[in-house]
Design a protein. Structure first.
Length: 335
């Protein structure tokens, strides 16, 4: 079952936790082009399904955080989008094209933890390969990324450090000027300073050229700073998908002192995601369906609090915002 964003009408603004001046807007983006759209997508291995009935769309121009525990299906999803795997069920399209099509391959760049670089090539030879294979190649962009890391152009790839190889891989990807960047934790081997520099470079390129970015990472703080879209996968199923602000604002934390008479407020009529007790407080994350109960302190959860709750509750009902609904589903809902 897919649950769309509930209306928040009728909630008391003094108790719903909305910060002053912040309004709750739900906008449907179903008429805009989808950079990535999956419908009933699945991939099965001998041990079972790695991805099941995956259905969502990512509007073009977004920077999307792809989140989930190890083994959740994130790498499988990105590999299917990059045409590194064949789906066992369903379909996936990139700007309306199949991943194996020439149009999709020309407009997409994929970077994983294992960098697909030839160790015997020099850096300048690697950039030349990128130039020869990509009609939209931009040599200045690629060379600038290399120069900013002080990587010698005549150095062999196999002689570079892990961080330097990552920079060369980014130079190849961004020199291609892709419409869609698929990133499967490619910066895991970088120190925090270089990660920040490379993230800044990536975001600058995305803004300048209107690129769409899908970024898988375990560092919530890193994602929160740069991403405006969210897809959370757990047990191979999409549990959250949509605009970060919309998804967050569709939830509230109800907080009471542990052991007090008001502890554990009954969220009657609301969808409870999780209740935990820490440091003398009981916190219940809910998806409000109307006015909230009197008594508990109510506030908007942080992105980290929201993601941790859904990761700890793998069977929570999915929440897919209107813009993240696959086109056919969104038009059915609108009708």
């Amino acid at each position: 079952m897919i649950i769309s964003v509930p209306g928040m009408n009728g909630m008391n603004t003094s108790q719903d936790g909305v910060r002053p001046g912040r309004e709750h807007h739900v906008t449907s983006d179903i008429s805009s082009p989808a950079a990535l759209e999956a419908v009933g997508l699945g991939r099965r291995y001998r041990r079972g399904w790695a991805l099941r009935d995956c259905s969502f769309r990512l509007p073009a121009g977004r920077v999307c955080a792809l989140v989930g525990p190890n083994g959740a299906g994130k790498t499988t999803l990105l590999s299917l989008a990059a045409d590194l795997l064949e789906p066992s069920a369903g379909s996936i399209r990139l700007f309306g094209n199949a991943p194996r099509s020439g149009a999709a391959r020309q407009s997409t760049a994929f970077l994983g933890q294992e960098k697909a670089l030839y160790p015997r090539f020099r850096v300048d030879e690697t950039l030349r390969l990128g130039r020869e294979l990509n009609p939209s190649w931009h040599q200045e962009t690629a060379e600038r990324i290399i120069a900013e890391g002080h990587v010698p152009l005549n150095a062999r790839i196999g002689a570079l450090s892990g961080g330097q190889r990552t920079r060369v891989a980014f130079a190849l990807a961004l020199g291609k000027r892709p419409q869609l960047m698929l990133l499967d934790e490619p910066m895991a081997d970088l120190d925090p300073l270089v990660r920040r520099e490379m993230t800044s470079t990536l975001m600058g390129q995305a803004r300048e050229h209107g690129s769409t970015v899908v970024m898988s990472s375990h560092l919530v703080s890193e994602l929160e700073d740069v991403c405006d879209y969210l897809v959370l996968i757990n047990n191979g199923i999409v549990r959250l998908a949509g605009e970060v602000d919309t998804v967050i604002d569709s939830h509230r934390l109800l907080i009471t002192p542990a052991g007090s008479p008001g502890q554990g407020p009954s969220p009657a009529g609301h969808l409870t995601i999780e209740t935990i007790t820490t440091r003398g407080e009981s916190a219940t994350l809910v998806r409000p369906q109307g006015p909230l109960p009197d008594g508990p302190q109510v506030r908007v959860p942080t992105l980290e609090e929201l993601l941790l709750a859904y990761l700890r509750t793998p069977d929570a009902p999915p929440l897919i915002t209107p813009s993240a609904q696959p086109s056919a589903v969104a038009h059915e809902v609108a009708a």
